[in-house]
Design a protein around this ligand. Sequence first.
Ligand SMILES: [Zn+2]
Length: 309
Amino acid sequence: MNCEGTFFAKNASMLQTKRDNHNDQMILIGAHFSIAGGLHKALFTAHGYGCTSLQIFTKNANTWNERTLTDQDIELFNAAREQTDIRSICSHTAYLINLASPEPHKYEQSIKALEQELLRSSRLTIPYVIMHPGAHMGMGEDNGLRRIAEGINRVFDRVPGATSRLLLETTAGQGSNLGYTFEQLAAISDMVKAKEKIGFCFDTCHVFAAGYDLRTTTDYQKTMKAVDRAFGLERLCVIHLNDAKKELGSRVDRHEHIGEGAIGIDAFRFIMNDPYFKAVPKILETPKAKGAVDYNHINLERLRALVID
Ligand SMILES: [Zn+2]
């Protein structure tokens, strides 16, 4: 059940600094890019920044309106993939989806929206769809986790042909959001029938806000061991690289530029040089600009500079 392309070397030291002969071109690094003007545009934007990976929304993330893909959308997308060096693409579900919602109408809408997302992403041959598990809205954590798993089971039953894998993202635990412990994510997966269709996305800002430290080698290894115990590092398919605006355990989901937040640069050095994550896409979700300065470029350069050859 390991992720496609995951560098499978559990015995390799996580902090090994001597790396195999490779250059940073081979690192799967990217950012979230806009699909304004067409889905394929995001690939060219990513390519312009020298990215080998990227994340997109396959529709407007702030509405329930669906997007129907045309044959031309798919052709342009596939052509862009061939013309660029983009090797790994993931999509992120819309923000309105809440599979833990106690409101029947919202729950049904969420199921339909996730179903459409999996179908759209599958048609675009996107291997991973990333989703925040959901917020229980006062219903209680255990009920919320069960409701999410039931929703996922229903979606998988309804779209058996979807090929994209659903990745549950770690959350900061803001409000009643679930998924702020690795065990909660594992609990959802355990209740899903088609476990092979589930993977996980590790967001540095979210786990730090949830109380998992990453700032020293000891903390980093402790946190990664906790991931491994809960659901297995081999099922961690994507990493979101974001520094955090607030302190450890704040439960506040606010992303900061790399090295400028409460996490600090070292944690990103550990991840960028961890041989275990060599083939795992690493995606920035940091603010795009600071005043007139393009921070995509700056954050990407900061990450590339951390790689020890
Ligand atoms: Zn994220």
